[in-house]
Design a binder for this molecule. Structure first.
Ligand SMILES: *Cc1c(COP(=O)(O)O)cnc(C)c1O
Length: 464
């Protein structure tokens, strides 16, 4: 067979991709027809494609490359670990040093008494673990009927049957028979789209109190846990009003249910602290981690579990685990990534340099005729597209049409910014420097200008 490499012409690679590669979250026929963009290498915050274009990655891959691309240390650690011990399992009374060291390090970093780690290969797997762990926990406590889990509409917790059921994405539930039984959803704290005439603070309280209503409706003795992302990521970087998390915490404290913080995006510096739970003063019983745990250099996820839950689970055989739970190469890579984040002061860089610098420029985009609001916590941000700022109006066109046009203009201007319906989101590598922020913002602004002109020319600047 002919060698397939970077050196093949783009068109040939595209044809092979179209013929054989099924892409996630894509309509493959459309992807094949248009032809994929092929990323060949990357360094720092910059991607290079097969045509030699240099692209500012405003999304850190998929919210994961926190320390930026091209860090040799991680490659070296991976190579060394593969030579020494490429794989061994952690079932059957065995362990290995990378898994031991990473579990101990995460226990040190995680707040409170989150001292125990159950490893998985991804965020989806970790959330599947959480479903089984919280239900088994209550069963061991003599309350097997306490198995309902409450989540939120438009939450994202992964794409496996369990984790996608936890998630609140209607389009995902519409395919494949979800949600699985006993998962319940309340509304999201998305003030811009759903807040109506309420103030953000009133609205935040109203949305938090839906949790208490749902607990009362189901019966406290039937509810195992509530799961939420400190900031919804894939749902559009929805930053809850300030009133929201304190009220959620009060409700969780008052009722006998477990709180799971899905920190897959918000963990490892993204919000300006090690964990989003610290930024929002949340005290979870379990945190889901993945993505930034290894900066995406190797697949790994996990659940960081408090003393009480881990202690109860420890008393019985937990009939659950993955071949790659605590994979030595991924664990070694994650440890090296955590070392770099700490020793190079990556989180301080977010807090003191990158966030303030980006905040000034990101919030200035609120002056753009197409932008209704801007949000930024640490280095995760979003902006709402609107045909009428004063009314927070939605477009008359099908939701997502305007967002798609802006994303296409970003693509053409060599900056990666994602759209979620008609909201644009960014989450660049945490190591991004001011000059790179300038470039990202300049290109994003040009994309917004071009999209605005296109929408106007097509008569699409109409409110619903
Ligand atoms: C990406 C994501 C997941 C799923 O992680 P995978 O590694 O893709 O399985 C879960 N929760 C949140 C908040 C995520 O952003």
């Amino acid at each position: 067979m002919r060698q397939i490499s970077n050196h093949l012409p783009t068109a040939e690679l595209q044809a092979l991709d179209a013929a054989h590669h099924m892409h996630p979250f894509s309509a493959n026929a459309g992807v094949a027809k248009k032809g994929v963009r092929i990323i060949t290498r990357a360094s720092g915050v910059t991607l290079t494609d097969s045509e030699g274009n240099e692209i500012v990655d405003g999304m850190a891959g998929l919210w994961c490359v926190n320390i930026g691309y091209g860090r040799r240390e991680l490659a070296q650690v991976a190579a060394r670990q593969m030579e020494e011990l490429p794989f061994y399992n952690t079932f059957f009374q065995t362990s290995h040093v990378p898994a031991i060291a990473l579990a101990a390090r995460l226990a040190e970093l995680a707040p409170g008494d989150l001292n125990h780690v159950f490893f998985a290969g991804s965020g989806s797997e970790a959330n599947d673990t959480n479903i089984r762990m919280v239900r088994h926990y209550w069963a061991l406590k003599g309350k097997p009927e306490k198995k309902a889990i409450i989540s939120r509409r438009n939450a994202y917790h992964g794409s496996s049957m369990g984790s996608a059921s936890l998630g609140g994405m209607a389009a995902m539930h519409a395919q494949g028979g979800m949600p699985i039984p006993d998962i319940h959803h309340i509304d999201q704290p998305h003030w811009y789209n759903e807040g109506g005439d309420m103030s953000p603070e009133e609205f935040g309280l109203e949305r938090a109190r839906q949790l208490e209503k749902k607990i009362e409706e189901l019966g406290e003795d039937r509810v195992a846990a509530f799961i939420a992302e400190p900031i919804q990521g894939a749902g559009g970087v929805i930053v809850p009003p300030d009133s929201y998390w304190p009220e959620i915490q009060r409700i969780c404290d008052r009722h006998e249910i477990l709180l799971i913080a899905d920190e897959v995006i918000t963990g490892f510096g993204r919000t300006g602290n090690w964990f989003g739970s610290q930024t929002f003063n949340i005290r979870p019983h379990i945190m889901t981690v993945a993505k930034g745990l290894s900066s995406g250099y190797a697949p790994i996820g996990g659940s960081i579990v408090c003393d009480e839950v881990a202690g109860v689970i420890a008393e019985d055989e937990f009939n659950h685990g993955y071949t790659y739970s605590g994979h030595p190469v991924s664990a070694a890579v994650a440890l090296e990534n955590l070392r770099i984040i700490e020793e190079e002061g990556v989180i301080e860089h977010v807090r003191e340099v990158a966030h303030p610098y980006l905040a000034e420029r990101w919030h200035a985009l609120a002056e753009h005729p197409l932008v209704g609001e801007t949000k930024l916590v640490g280095l995760m941000g979003s902006l709402a597209l609107t045909p009428d700022k004063a009314r927070r109006a939605k477009f008359a066109a099908e939701p997502g049409t305007a967002g798609y046009i802006v994303r296409e203009r970003c693509f053409a201007n060599n900056v990666v910014m994602r759209h979620v319906w008609d909201r644009m989101v960014i989450a660049p590598p945490l190591v991004i420097r001011p000059a790179e922020i300038d470039l990202m913002i300049a290109r994003a602004t040009k994309a917004l200008d071009e999209a605005h002109a296109e929408l106007k020319a097509e008569g699409m600047l109409k409110a619903a």
